[in-house]
Design a protein around this ligand. Structure first.
Ligand code: GLU
Length: 315
């Protein structure tokens, strides 16, 4: 009996020590994208804090992440700001499916929509896609979400006018492009990204610009899009600037997320900022102030408190 209770006590102690550590997960995207390595970098910094055990998950992208953060299946998720806005406000694709429990933690970096095509497809503009095999994106992705907005602006019905509307992930797309299974694919991503570098190393590719008129119309219609340029020379063989539309990648969570976890994640970035910036080239231009740009949902109160404590939000 005595023995048994000693065991019970030591088990109890073990359980208490374990539960003192908070386990958090960050939903990202495909492994060759930018969400995944940057999510890994945030977890590495967060894990310097002995009270946190952060793990990064590769997922289908923004739509998957926002839905699973709200179901508490993921603690945090990377989500495009256009998706954040529509989900929080229950508009667009999320009409009648909005959720006011969504909270922003911080803005990460700008993403620009890339329409990557094989040179052999002869696609030179969006209007050349008729009758082509285009990978618009897997259903959980933000890639599909934004690509459909641009096609809509051009008046192109992807279900009627493409010869095939592809649903591969961005990760699967460079290989499919090389094997001529598709003529092009969409990726809303922070640049430079391994995915497009891989594609450009495997076959001659091009990046297709959104027309000036269409880009202006899109930014006039939606509060969260901005015009941006993927610079010439960023990827092998692309020797022209590519005008396109962009968003912010935002780290989100649910209103129910613990203050400790949110605080730990924000502080891991703020307190190791220089190290953070050097972890991925997409983070080079990020400043502490830009962590608050384009959030598209209210800040979680613990994030607000962490930014106030760091003097970035003035009380
Ligand atoms: N923006 C993409 C999406 O939401 C993912 C980009 C990435 O994985 O870096 O699907």
């Amino acid at each position: 009996m005595k023995k048994f209770s000693a065991l019970a006590v030591s088990l109890l102690i073990a359980a208490t020590t374990l539960s003192a550590k908070e386990f958090v997960s960050i939903g990202t995207g495909g492994m060759t994208g930018t969400y995944y390595p940057v999510g890994g970098a945030i977890c590495r910094l967060a894990n310097k804090n002995p009270d946190i055990r952060c793990s990064v998950e590769s997922t289908g992208g923004s739509i998957y992440n926002v839905n699973n953060v709200l179901k508490d299946e993921l603690s945090f998720g990377f989500v495009q700001s256009d998706v954040v806005y529509d989900k929080y406000n229950g508009v667009g694709k999320f009409k009648d499916k909005g959720d006011k429990n969504l909270r922003a933690v911080m803005s990460i970096y700008p993403e620009l929509l890339a329409f990557v095509v094989s040179k052999s497809s002869n696609i030179k503009s969006y209007t050349d896609v008729k009758g082509k095999n285009i990978n618009v994106g897997n259903p959980g992705s933000g890639n599909e979400f934004t690509a459909l907005i641009v096609f809509d602006e051009y008046g192109i019905d992807v279900d009627k006018e493409l010869s095939h509307r592809g649903v591969l992930t961005a990760q699967e797309s460079p290989m499919a492009l090389k094997d001529k299974k598709i003529d092009g694919y969409f990726y809303m991503v922070g640049h430079p990204t391994a995915n497009i570098t891989d594609a450009s190393n495997s076959l001659p590719i091009d990046l297709i610009s959104v027309g000036e008129k269409e880009a202006d119309a899109i930014i006039a219609k939606y509060p969260y899009y901005a015009k941006g340029t993927i610079p010439s020379g960023l990827y092998e063989g692309i020797d022209h600037d590519t005008l396109t539309v962009g968003v912010k990648a935002v780290l989100v969570t649910s209103k129910n997320q613990s203050d400790e976890a949110v605080m730990a994640v924000v502080n891991s970035v703020l307190q190791n900022f220089q190290e953070y910036q050097n972890l991925h080239p997409a983070l080079k231009l990020v400043t502490k102030e830009s962590l608050l740009e384009g959030l598209s949902a209210p800040l979680h109160p613990a994030a607000q408190a962490a930014f106030e404590k760091a003097g970035i939000i003035k009380k």
